[in-house]
Design a protein around this ligand. Structure first.
Ligand SMILES: CC(C)(COP(=O)(O)OP(=O)(O)OC[C@H]1O[C@@H](n2cnc3c(N)ncnc32)[C@H](O)[C@@H]1OP(=O)(O)O)[C@@H](O)C(=O)NCCC(=O)NCCS
Length: 170
């Protein structure tokens, strides 16, 4: 498997993968592929990483991770990870882990930390955790997690790019 930046030719496959991988998820809103498109159109995809199959299905996009700039409270410089998706038939083969490792490696060079909204049972293994006072309106506090790179204590609302369509200050 190869982790690399998206190219223009990947864009339709990324849309299909995001829709298919998230369809079964109870918390999915069905808008995630559109969020990626809006981020791209706005030049706000800080990272747009694809996992490409190098086996017999060579070239197929089997995983995807997006990251965009975010604020926590009044503090900018955070990298928001999401969506992260892997083709359902290829779950539990380390693809999500490989995408996350590359994203964190790159974000360390540009950001004070990474943040996301997701299942703590999965993201805890990468060092993400909840912090007192860190949240997103309407989300249970335990799913809003951060991984500071420099010891910064994240406190306040995790403010996504407007493409996410959350009712948040911009
Ligand atoms: C979550 C997701 C990205 C993980 O990708 P993946 O390639 O299957 O993950 P990996 O193979 O790297 O898994 C790493 C470990 O996490 C575990 N894991 C995978 N999904 C998990 C989950 N939802 N909860 C807890 N643990 C999970 C795996 O068992 C594996 O553990 P092991 O190394 O001890 O066997 C993928 O399952 C997916 O696309 N799910 C649907 C979309 C989604 O849920 N996105 C995240 C939104 S919160």
């Amino acid at each position: 498997m190869l982790i690399r930046d998206e190219t223009a030719g990947d864009i339709p496959a990324i849309g299909r993968l995001v829709t298919e991988a998230l369809r079964m998820l109870p918390q999915s809103t069905g808008t995630e592929a559109g969020i990626v498109e809006k981020l791209r159109a706005d030049g706000a995809l800080a990272l747009s990483l694809v996992a490409e199959d190098e086996g017999e299905d060579e070239g197929e996009v089997i995983g995807y991770l997006a990251a965009s700039a975010a604020r926590i409270g009044t503090q900018d410089g955070w990298g928001l990870i999401g969506p992260l998706v892997v083709l359902p038939a290829r779950h539990r083969q380390g693809i999500g882990t490989a995408l996350m490792a590359e994203a964190l490696r790159r974000l360390r060079a540009t950001s004070r930390g990474a943040a996301l909204v997701g299942d703590p049972a999965y993201y805890g293994r990468f060092g993400f955790r909840a912090f007192p006072g860190l949240g997103v309106a309407g989300c249970p506090p335990e799913v809003v997690q951060a991984l500071p790179f420099d010891g910064t204590e994240p406190r306040g609302e995790l403010i996504h790019h407007p493409a996410f369509g959350l009712a948040q200050p911009e």
